[in-house]
Design a protein around this ligand. Structure first.
Ligand SMILES: NC(=O)c1ccc[n+]([C@@H]2O[C@H](COP(=O)([O-])OP(=O)(O)OC[C@H]3O[C@@H](n4cnc5c(N)ncnc54)[C@H](O)[C@@H]3O)[C@@H](O)[C@H]2O)c1
Length: 334
């Protein structure tokens, strides 16, 4: 959002706050240097979603503008893989339902530019890395299937009305934080991902990191992932949106990754460098569902969007640590 504002866009936020704290908003305003319009709405609520668009359309008409919004960047969704296995209906309902209601409201109001947060999980577990966008998609869990299905829904919507311009952004492993240390990742409960877990061990909230398996066919036996700084990811959204204004094809699909795999143990070492002392870890059994190697072929995003990820793993760890050490418990509850 801040990257869009810095690029000159005027942004409004919609979030149900099912996985966000309200105290993030004043910090976003502080970093944006102005007040932000926030709609606390569950996007599965069709009437409430329509209300946001109708309100924006009325404000635009009063100001002599044609559209309430020019485009939508659709991040909303539930994202915990394990939880999606336990509660598949909740994931399909929320992730697909919010997309249906959003796309319907957009279509009703003549807004046809959409950037969607997809995921490398659409490549499933049986292709060798690097992954290219042309590989057939297949998921291994309900969360991943929601991404595969939403991509298909959006392709079908754009096929039915080719005036749509849709960007499907397949994120690899976003980490890092805003360099100010004011906003960062604040998972609820036990973190599912490596870096938030490492950060909570380093700050003393958890005893040690469990490294799931050191017998994978990789140089040090631990899994390789394509970590990408959240600021590079944000820049990818700005690049995609800018591209869509003049795009000739209705749908573009782009990997947002660095093209390099980093092992779990290399990440532990990088994070320990950022902290200035070793972060304790223990090797345990493999975790079901983990694939050995995942990294992007990001060449299409470079060629078409002019986008490349420029920040290093050390930058990612330093920014994560700045955020976590200044905010050991994450965002305040109030
Ligand atoms: N973080 C990752 O590793 C990763 C990787 C690939 C893709 N993605 C995707 O990127 C997007 C953003 O991820 P994130 O890591 O910032 O997650 P996040 O949970 O921080 O952000 C998602 C936001 O959507 C909101 N939300 C969920 N359902 C909603 C609904 N029905 N109506 C309104 N708001 C709703 C949540 O409150 C939350 O603030 C998600 O779609 C996620 O699946 C994330």
């Amino acid at each position: 959002m801040l990257a869009l504002i810095e690029a000159g866009y005027d942004v409004e936020i919609v979030d149900s706050f099912v996985n966000a704290k309200h105290s993030v908003i004043p910090r976003l305003c502080e970093l944006a240097g102005r007040d932000l319009r926030v709609h606390e709405v569950d996007l599965t609520d069709r009437a409430a979603t329509e209300g946001i668009f109708a309100d924006a359309a009325a404000r635009a008409a009063a100001a002599g503008r044609r559209l309430g919004f020019d485009a939508v960047v659709h991040f909303a969704g539930l994202k915990a893989v394990g939880e999606s296995v336990a509660k598949p209906l909740a994931y399909y309902d929320n992730n697909l339902g919010s997309t249906f209601s959003l796309v319907e409201a957009m279509a009703r109001h003549g807004i046809r530019h959409l950037v969607f947060s997809s995921s490398a999980t659409v490549y499933g577990d049986s292709y060798p890395a690097p992954f290219t966008e042309d590989l057939p998609t297949r998921a291994t869990n309900p969360y991943g299937w929601t991404k595969v299905m939403i991509e298909q829904v959006l392709r079908d919507v754009a096929a039915a009305d080719p005036t749509w311009r849709v960007g499907l952004l397949r994120y690899f492993n976003p980490i890092g934080a805003h360099p100010s240390g004011r906003i960062g990742e604040d998972p609820q409960g036990i973190p599912n991902n490596l870096i938030p877990y490492l950060a909570q061990v380093a700050v003393g909230r958890r005893a040690e990191l469990s490294v799931y398996g050191d017998d994978y066919p990789t140089p040090d036996g631990t899994c390789l992932r394509d970590y990408i700084h959240v600021l590079d990811l944000a820049a990818g959204h700005v690049a995609a949106l800018d591209y869509l204004w003049d795009a000739t094809e209705p749908v573009g699909t782009w990997n947002l990754g660095t093209g390099h795999g980093t092992s779990v143990l290399d990440m532990v070492a990088a994070f320990s460098r950022a902290v200035g002392s070793p972060v304790p870890y223990r090797i345990v059994d493999r975790r079901p569902g983990d694939i050995a190697v995942s990294y992007a072929d990001p060449s299409r995003a470079r060629a078409e969007l002019g986008w490349v990820a420029s920040r290093s793993v050390d930058d990612m760890c330093a920014d994560t640590w700045r955020w976590q050490s200044a905010n050991p418990q994450g965002f305040p509850d109030a």
